[in-house]
Ligand binder design. Structure first.
Ligand code: ZN
Length: 224
């Protein structure tokens, strides 16, 4: 249902934890990458929605990894439940009503992120940065080489990333849609060149710029 990315430095960290039904696929993917649970030193969960948090507690039990999580979503993770989703289009309204299970195993973060946090402790040249918008506690992971892991800030393709996954577009839900758009522009003004997403992707900087516009004064029409 959603992507889990592994970043391999001196230690390995995961970005996002998948949904609660994803454990067999995640285990298979780790094995294919020659990783086992004890290799995972940290999990950066980009935000508190069930399809990204579902296995966070389970991954920690199996691996001993630390969970890094944004301040603004701490209450969501403690409750183990999505807050009220704000649909951005009609399909999203249907998804919200019929397709999304909002409940997951709640957890306490080991490290609550409320400012830029470098990843050198894990031998990774990059940082975690809070960018509230999709949710109040949304995080991005930015590697110094321009690869950025942005969770649900951008959606790849259609049907949850199943069709045309490398076309950037607007996600189904945002707590604060305009602030999310602002975050995209902030990243486009920086060195980000490839965006790794929660669904579909990766997408290029050019694809994101085309979908959302880069003008700082002109309000861009989000892609649908
Ligand atoms: Zn989300």
């Amino acid at each position: 249902m959603s992507n889990v990315h592994a970043i391999r430095g001196a230690r390995t960290i995961l970005v996002d934890a998948g949904g609660k039904g994803d454990l067999p696929r995640l285990e298979a993917a780790l094995a294919a990458a020659r990783l086992s649970w004890p290799d995972i030193a940290a999990v950066v969960v980009t935000h508190g929605h069930s399809d990204h948090t579902g296995l966070a507690a389970e991954i920690r039990r199996r691996s001993g990894a630390r969970i890094l999580f944004g301040r603004g979503d701490v209450a969501m993770a403690q409750a183990g439940r999505n807050d009220e989703l704000q649909p951005t289009n009609f399909v999203a309204t249907l998804l919200k009503q019929f397709a999304i299970d909002p409940v997951y195993e709640g957890f306490q973060a080991d490290q609550v992120i409320d400012g830029v946090t470098r990843l050198e402790a894990w031998g990774i040249a990059g940082q975690v940065r809070p960018l509230p918008g999709h949710t109040p506690g949304s995080l991005v992971v930015e590697l110094d080489d321009g690869r950025s892991f942005v969770g649900d800030m951008v959606l790849g393709g259609f049907l949850g990333g199943a069709w045309m996954p490398q076309r950037a577009g607007e996600h189904y839900f945002h707590a604060d849609r305009l602030r999310n758009l602002d975050n995209i522009r902030t990243l486009l003004r920086g060195p980000a060149r490839v965006f790794y997403l929660g669904h579909g992707g990766p997408v290029t900087r050019e694809s994101v710029a085309e979908a959302f516009g880069t003008g700082e004064t002109t309000p861009a029409a989000p892609a649908r």
